[in-house]
Design a protein around this ligand. Structure first.
Ligand code: T1G
Length: 690
């Protein structure tokens, strides 16, 4: 056949094996020989049944995403599934690893699906700003029912083999040699004889659909989509499967797919898919890694506790160090409470809770860190405190242990230079809550050894984090750009915008919440302490903090939070305070449009990103997008600030930055030279080399 598709015959049962590493994507060079094989086997009288299986670590993980946006080479997936479905002899998909997207759609073209115990099955296209385009929205509901199909397709979250079996998606689950089980299964089916009903003809489960309940859930999902088109299209396509004849629903799916695949939102989400994978690619691909079997965390406060949970959740034993028994017990109690909440919510089993709690060893003696391979300091954000701790680590940590700091701002080169083993020092900047937030900024200090870096990049993946390697500067990538975005927030308030108006501009843009609601959630005192440490001021935020208004934790910040609720309520006192401060500065309030708010906050953010690229603090513009989408809630449908800059056009951004520079004289609006080069060359990469 071809390198990527081979056929074997086991006593009349043909085994079609797809082999296209690393994830058996349905690239054109797979599709063509696959269709040829199926046609040949369809017409081969010596073949009584057909098994479709895959070589390597997984069944087909989808269409080839790199082919999207290019002219489609025929045959496409729909042609293959239509041919498969029309075959009279029994066809069986043998699923191991992940059957995702086009991979599951291929399997849905078979009469039967059998799976390995550990297999996962799903249609995650929505995460790429798409919907299943190979018939998944029309065939899946016929097997699992419309409501479950909608939930699977709108969430994009795969389900396990047992759940798939229970739902009617999979016909059998096996342990051991799956292909042999599948061949025996196929032979038995063929022996029993047909007819074998293709999925497209199985309408029974559609008849069960409660359309009112379906529509109510679809409406709720649409509300939660926050302007993303794909989730809404997914729900509509599944509804079509219930209300329209098969071929009409299939055509409607196609029309929605063609529209979405060309959309900026899908281009943005496909950009992020590859950006997250690129971000972990370090120069020197096969750098050896150090062995990590035990992790130490210094500080059991909010950050330390969350970091310790992240590693325990990843299967690592953790030594948690505090300065006193009282502080240690407080930290461990919070961890226990967090796990109990997860169990009560059903997102964690009791066994898993026990198992994870068993990973923790508490201590107040630095010497107990002597057997740790990685030690992460998450103590008070003060240079003297950090240096004192690293001094102790230098004495007790074993040779080759990686010594990391969770600082959000401080100079890691200075910390590294304070001990005898700077090559083992780096930054691991987690985001709060550290056991939940996906992003991990890995800070490469000047002397950090490449094997230490490669080790923690690999470790981040093992604990389910999205890692981005950044250089040392104040605030690294995320917080440095956040400061640029925030620099105008106060000015906008003084000139007449309210916290609510600014936050609404952000949520309309697609953010989960705006800067003032986010500030109240994180705690205004954190920024206040940092500004004071750096001799900086923010007249309104400082005044609020002086009044003890730290946000949600004190029940009032930029907003009021009545009776412990998390719902922000506009506070006339704050608006009066803003008006007073503006009057003191002789600033007359005016109406400020949402466009101006976005311009004066996000264009400086992008501009700072360009400076960060120029300085080599970030290796790629797409790394910055990964930081902002996974750490700061930048809307995925916009691909991150640097990708979005490409959609807006660097030329327009420069023109507006220069307009505000002229008006305000503020440096934050001075266009970075790389932004200008990007405007000329059309891409950050080209701009970087120009
Ligand atoms: N197409 C092209 N390349 C892919 C790919 C795909 N579908 N999936 C993975 N890769 C590359 C990836 O970029 C990386 O490359 C390498 O494979 C290993 O991936 C018509 C419209 C399967 C769970 O959305 O979720 O079908 O960086 O690092 O952590 O309806 O990959 O090494 O050069 O992620 O073990 C739907 C996407 C497509 C699944 C494995 N399918 N893939 O995770 O490895 S749309 C998906 C994944 C579709 C049809 C539609 C994960 C994985 P490189 P990796 P992993």
């Amino acid at each position: 056949m071809s390198n990527s598709v081979s056929v074997a015959n086991e006593g009349g049962v043909a085994i079609v094996t797809i082999d296209n590493p690393p994830v058996n994507a349905l690239s054109f060079h797979v599709r063509e020989p696959l269709l040829q094989a199926l046609v040949a086997l369809r017409d081969d009288a010596s073949v009584s049944a057909i098994v479709i299986a895959c070589a390597g670590r997984t069944f087909v993980a989808g269409a080839d995403i790199t082919e999207f946006g290019k002219p489609v080479q025929q045959p496409d997936l729909r042609a293959i599934v239509a041919t498969l479905e029309a075959i009279a002899k029994p066809t069986v998909a043998a699923i191991h690893g992940t059957a995702l997207g086009g991979g599951l759609e291929l399997a849905l073209g078979c009469h039967f699906r059998v799976a390995d115990q550990g297999a996962k099955l799903g249609l995650p296209e929505v995460k790429l700003g798409l919907l299943p385009g190979g018939g998944g929205t029309v065939r899946l509901p016929r097997l699992v029912g419309a409501l479950k199909a909608m939930r699977m397709i709108v969430s994009g979250t795969p389900i396990g083999a047992q759940e798939a079996h229970g739902a009617g998606l999979v016909d059998a689950v096996f342990e051991g040699d799956l292909t042999t089980h599948a061949v025996n299964f196929a032979r038995e089916i063929a022996r029993k004889g047909g007819p074998f009903t293709p999925v497209r003809e199985r309408d029974e489960r559609l008849g069960e659909t409660d359309l009112a309940a379906f529509d109510a859930e679809a409406a709720d999902l649409a509300r939660k989509a926050r302007g993303l088109e794909a989730p809404v299209a997914c729900a509509q396509a599944v509804r079509n499967a219930v209300t329209l004849p098969f071929d009409e629903a299939l055509a409607a799916e196609r029309a929605l797919f063609v529209k979405l695949v060309a959309s900026d939102q899908s281009r943005a989400q496909r950009h992020l898919f590859f950006a997250e994978r690129e971000a972990t690619k370090l120069p020197g691909k096969d750098t050896p890694k150090r062995r990590i079997s035990r992790v130490g965390v210094i500080g059991a406060g909010t950050m330390g506790g969350g970091i310790a949970m992240a590693f325990a959740n990843g299967g690592y034993p953790v030594t948690l160090l505090e300065t006193s028994q009282e502080a240690l017990q407080r930290g461990l109690a919070t961890i226990e409470k967090n796990y109990a909440v997860s169990v009560s919510r059903g997102s964690l089993s009791e066994d898993a809770r026990q198992q994870r709690l068993g990973q923790f060893k508490g201590s107040i003696d630095h010497a107990d860190l002597g057997d740790c391979d990685l030690i992460i300091e998450a103590a008070f954000e003060d240079m003297a405190v950090k240096k004192e701790i690293f001094g102790k680590l230098d004495a007790v940590a074993k040779p080759g242990a990686i010594l990391a700091t969770n600082t959000s701002y401080l100079d890691i080169d200075e910390i590294a230079a304070s001990i005898s083993r700077p090559q083992d020092v780096l930054g691991l900047h987690f985001f709060s809550p550290a056991n939940v937030m996906k992003l991990l900024e890995i800070v490469r200090a000047e002397k950090t050894a490449s094997d230490a870096l490669a080790t923690v990049v690999d470790l981040a993946r093992r604990i389910g984090k999205v890692a981005v390697v950044v250089g040392v500067c104040h605030g690294f990538v995320g917080n440095r750009m956040l400061a640029a975005r925030g620099s105008e927030s106060e000015a906008l308030l003084l000139e007449g915008a309210t916290p609510g108006q600014i936050d609404k501009a952000f949520t309309d843009f697609g953010w989960p919440m705006g800067p003032f609601q986010m500030g109240d959630l994180a705690g205004l005192d954190i920024g206040w302490r940092n500004r004071k440490a750096r001799g900086l001021t923010a007249v309104i935020a400082d005044t609020l903090c002086e009044q003890g208004r730290f946000g949600q934790k004190t029940g009032r910040g930029f907003y009021l939070y009545e009776n412990g609720s998390r719902t922000p309520v506009p506070d006339p006192e704050v608006e009066a305070l803003i008006r007073d401060k503006a009057a003191e500065k002789g600033i007359a309030p005016r109406t400020i449009a949402a466009d101006e708010i976005i311009e004066r906050t996000l264009y400086p953010l992008i501009n700072e990103g360009a400076k960060i690229l120029e300085e080599g603090i970030a290796a790629r513009a797409s790394d910055i997008d990964v930081v902002w989408v996974n750490g700061y809630g930048f809307p995925i449908g916009k691909g991150g600030p640097m990708f979005w800059a490409g959609l807006v056009g660097a030329g327009k951004i420069i023109e507006r930055l220069e307009y505000w520079l002229e008006l305000t004289g503020k440096d934050v609006f001075k266009p970075a030279s790389l932004l200008k080069r990007m405007a000329e060359s059309g891409s950050w990469e080209a701009g970087s080399t120009a």
